[in-house]
Design a protein around this ligand. Sequence first.
Ligand code: SF4
Length: 193
Amino acid sequence: MITYRMKDKIYINLTNRCSNACDFCVRINDTYSEYNLWLEREPTAEEVIAELGEMKDASEIVFCGYGEPLYRLDAILPISEYVHSKGKKTRINTNGQAKGIYGEGVPQMLAGYIDTISISLNAADAQSYQAVCHSQFGEQAFYDLIEFGKECKKYIPRVIFSIVDVVGEEQIEKAKQIAQETGVELRIRPYIK
Ligand code: SF4
């Protein structure tokens, strides 16, 4: 399934690739909610746009997927252009590891295309992050995602760090400190099984 709707949002599933292998990742299941999100091949931007159509009653189009959407920067840019041409907003939910994947410069490339970017903290220090997320970039992934958030603030109207409420009080407090130091909004969200 390439696109699916939940309430007034349309979610786009561009890839199953990811630089993390999180302990809690829903990719270990075949389905998310009632949707089967395993892709036999990654969709083209044209295929996604054709499926989106007029996006009636949708308030926001979210790039998320069963993997890390920024692997599909090639598709995100033209799809976002189309979404904006229809007067709708765009958001990316990311693990924030674009620097490890591409090197520098991704936040600049998203300027004008993405309205909100939500970066999953998952933990509030590098060791704890790596212990649950198992990034291919090692503990550096955590430092990179913090920098990525700071850099995104220069180019994207709304930047969010998100963390689940089950990580413990100490981690939540550290996350609040990171948010304060970086000036990035923090969203503490409930853990969804
Ligand atoms: S970052 Fe997201 S898609 Fe990637 S392994 Fe973790 S939960 Fe799964």
